[in-house]
Design a protein around this ligand. Structure first.
Ligand code: FES
Length: 309
């Protein structure tokens, strides 16, 4: 049928659809189970303290704290006794105490005290507050939300391991669009796929917003895509007015790692910034990104820029 002048109106729009096997992150879903075979950063090290903090990951809510001995703990938000919120709990030397009847749980959920029961709880050993394993690295708290038998090692990432004298790791919970405590109101995959979309950079970050990064990023790059060992890598070449070539490499490493160089700092070589897109639930996603800093610069050093004439 011939296209008419009135074709293409919004009235003809199909209802929105999504691919649940790729986007839904709850326990028992295909992607939710895949993601539960990896460690995820659920907060900054500084988020684990004497005040219980609510955190969310993969559609689950949890309470993060750090006991008086310095050990971080991550537990289910509702007390194993009568379901009171441990967000109102009190952090003590040995764990977190529920505000309702005072049960005390250690960082791995073991019930240490039941003060209203005879002998502080003769059967307290039988109680375990649901918990998740955590590890601290790069200024972040990583949690493993999957089956214990499948728990992998928490990986060491080379750009954050080989620090030069005077460099340090700086972690933050801000990333592209997340703005710290402000979450991104989209599915995690929409956020993650942006890592390998270099063509939006000269438009969104170089034109509509002005030169958001550095002036060189405003020109349209020549881009090649290739499969990498862990995902997809893009190489972007920009020929600059002075005859040099600005080469930048970006990688999305499955399932949630984003390896994106900070373009503001002109350092050549290995990328200095690693980030994770953390699915909070099916519709929101923030990100965390520790990066390497240097005492010789007021801003963290950035890289993945290699030039040649
Ligand atoms: S509900 Fe937590 S101790 Fe009773």
């Amino acid at each position: 049928m011939q296209k008419g002048h009135d074709d293409g109106t919004a009235y003809e729009l199909s209802p929105p659809r999504h691919s649940p096997e790729l986007t839904e992150v709850g326990r028992g879903t295909p992607m939710g189970e895949l993601l539960r075979r990896y460690w995820h950063p659920v907060g900054l090290s500084s988020d684990a303290g004497a005040t219980p903090k609510r955190v969310q990951a993969l559609g689950e809510e949890m309470i993060l704290f750090r006991d008086g001995s310095g050990r971080p703990g991550l537990v289910h938000p509702h007390c194993a006794h009568r379901g009171a919120s441990l967000w109102y709990g009190r952090v003590e030397e040995r764990g977190i105490r529920c505000c309702y009847h005072g049960w005390l749980f250690d960082a791995e959920g073991r019930c240490l005290e039941q003060p209203c029961e005879p002998d502080a709880g003769r059967r307290r050993d039988r109680v375990r507050q649901p918990w998740y394993p955590v590890q601290e690295r790069y200024g972040l708290i990583f949690a493993y939300l999957g089956p214990p038998a499948k728990k992998p090692m928490l990986p060491h990432l080379s750009p954050l391991e080989s620090l030069a004298p005077g460099e340090w790791i700086e972690a933050d919970d801000t990333s592209i669009g997340s703005g710290g405590d402000v979450v991104v109101p989209c599915n995690w995959l929409q956020h993650f796929e942006n890592v390998v979309d270099p063509f939006h950079v000269p438009v969104l970050h170089g034109s509509f917003s002005g030169a958001q990064f550095v002036a060189q990023m405003a020109s349209l790059p020549q881009v090649t895509f290739e499969a990498s060992a862990l995902g997809v890598k893009t190489t972007q070449l920009r020929r600059l007015d002075d005859g040099t070539v600005f080469r930048r490499v970006t990688e999305a490493a499955l399932p949630t790692l984003r390896v994106v160089a900070n373009p503001r700092v002109g350092r050549y070589g290995e990328v200095e910034s690693i980030g994770w897109v953390l699915p909070l639930d099916d519709t929101t996603s923030p990100a965390a990104s520790p990066r390497r800093g240097s005492s010789g610069a007021c801003a963290p050093a950035s890289t993945a820029r290699a030039g040649s004439s």
